[in-house]
Write a protein that binds this ligand. Structure first.
Ligand code: 2P0
Length: 332
C-alpha cells in the first residue's frame, strides 16, 4: 500500500576533491574509480513527490516550468526504478526547486537526484537505509550518490567481481577527519555547458590518450586524500585536489574532439591562485564540468581570500562551507 501524502526532501550539491570522471557501466551508473567529496551548505534543492494513482504519466515541474523531452524522460526512467522497488505502477507529480543559478557549475544534478531519491522513496513508502538511498540516487546522477551524506564523503566504485555490482557501489561519510574546509567559487560564466558531462565522460574515456594515466593516478589519490583528511593536513588535501582536477581537465582536453571547459577567464583565475599561493596563501584550485574556478581554503581565511579573488577577477565569489546530507522536510 502506498500513501497519497506528498513527501518533500532537501539536498545540497557537493564538490569533489578526488573527481568522478568516467563510467564503467552507463546503465547501472558505475564509476571507473572511487571519488571523495565535500557536501556544501549552499544552493539546496527542494523536491516534493506526490503519487497520482489515476494518472497515466509522470508530471515533472522544475523551478515552476514543466519539464519535457529528454530531461523529463530521465526523471521518469529514475522513477521507474523506484516503482520497481515499491512494486507500484503509480505515476507521480514531482515539483523541484533549485536555488543555484542555472549553469553555475555546482553540479545541481547531485542535489537534484539526491532530493528526488529521498522524496520518491518516502512517497512510495520504501524503507531504504542510507546506503540503499545512495545507490538509488547514483542511478539518477553519479555525483548524487555523494549528496545523500553531509560533510566529507567517499563514493566506492565497487567491483564487477561482486555478486551484484549494483550493491557494491555506494557512498558513505568520511568520519575520521577533524578538518574543516571552505570553498570559494569564482562565478565566471552562467552559459549552458558546451558538452554535457555524460557525453564528455564518454568521449574522454574512448578517445583521450591521457585518460588511463589520470584514472590510475585517481585510484592512488583517493587513498592519499583519505589519509590527508585523517591527518587534518590542509596542504596535502589541497595539493591532491588541485592535481586531480587539473589532470582531469588535461585528459578531457586531449580527447578527440577536445572537451574544453577551461576558458581564458578560468586560466586567469588559476594563475592568480598559483600567484597568491607562491606569496604564502594556503589556497588550492579545483574545477568541474564548466569554466568556474573553485578554491579550497581554511574557513578562517575564506572572507579575506574571497575579497582578493573578487578584486582580481572582477567577478562574484561565493563562499561555501561544509553542509548537511539529504533530509526529509520537517513533519514528514
Ligand atoms: C565530480 N563531475 O566528481 C565530477 C567532476 C563533474 C566533474 O560528477 O553522468 O552530473 O549524471 O553521472 O554526476 C558531474 O557529473 O554525471 C560530476 P552523471 P554527474 O563531481
Amino acid at each position: 500500500m502506498t500513501s497519497l501524502l506528498p513527501a518533500t526532501a532537501v539536498a545540497h550539491p557537493n564538490i569533489a576533491l578526488v573527481k568522478y570522471w568516467g563510467k564503467r557501466d552507463e546503465h547501472l551508473m558505475l564509476p571507473c574509480a572511487d571519488s571523495v567529496s565535500m557536501t556544501l551548505d549552499v544552493y539546496p534543492t527542494t523536491t516534493t513527490v506526490q503519487l497520482r494513482p489515476d494518472a497515466t504519466n509522470d508530471v515533472v515541474i522544475m523551478d515552476g516550468r514543466f519539464l519535457r523531452g529528454e530531461s523529463s524522460q530521465r526523471v521518469t526512467r529514475f522513477l521507474d526504478l523506484v516503482r520497481t522497488q515499491a512494486d507500484s505502477r503509480d505515476r507521480v507529480l514531482v515539483d523541484s526547486r533549485n536555488t543555484a543559478p542555472v549553469g553555475v557549475g555546482l553540479a545541481s544534478s547531485s542535489a537534484g537526484f539526491a532530493a528526488l531519491a529521498l522524496a520518491a522513496s518516502k512517497a512510495f513508502q520504501l524503507s531504504l537505509d542510507h546506503r540503499a538511498l545512495s545507490r538509488l540516487a547514483r542511478r539518477g546522477s553519479g555525483s548524487a550518490a555523494r549528496s545523500v551524506f553531509g560533510g566529507f564523503v567517499h563514493w566506492h566504485a565497487g567491483t564487477d567481481y561482486a555478486p551484484d555490482p549494483d550493491f557494491a557501489s555506494y557512498a558513505e561519510p568520511v568520519t575520521d577527519t577533524r578538518l574543516d574546509l571552505a570553498l570559494l567559487a569564482v562565478l565566471l560564466d552562467t552559459a549552458p555547458k558546451p558538452v554535457s558531462s555524460r557525453e564528455a565522460m564518454r568521449r574522454t574515456m574512448t578517445t583521450s590518450p591521457a585518460f588511463h594515466r589520470w584514472l590510475a593516478a585517481t585510484r592512488t589519490d583517493t587513498a592519499l586524500m583519505r589519509g590527508a583528511l585523517r591527518a587534518g593536513d590542509v596542504q596535502a588535501v589541497g595539493e591532491i585536489a588541485e592535481r586531480n582536477a587539473m589532470g582531469m581537465h588535461a585528459a578531457m582536453e586531449a580527447a578527440v574532439p577536445p572537451v574544453v571547459y577551461r576558458t581564458s577567464a578560468s586560466h586567469h583565475v588559476l594563475r592568480q591562485v598559483r600567484r597568491l599561493r607562491a606569496a604564502g596563501e594556503r589556497m588550492w584550485a579545483t574545477m568541474d564540468a564548466g569554466p568556474n574556478v573553485k578554491v579550497l581554503c581554511l574557513p578562517g581565511d575564506a572572507a579575506r581570500l574571497a575579497d582578493q579573488l573578487r578584486r582580481l577577477s572582477h567577478r562574484p565569489v561565493l563562499v561555501a562551507r561544509s553542509g548537511p546530507g539529504a533530509t526529509l522536510h520537517r513533519g514528514e
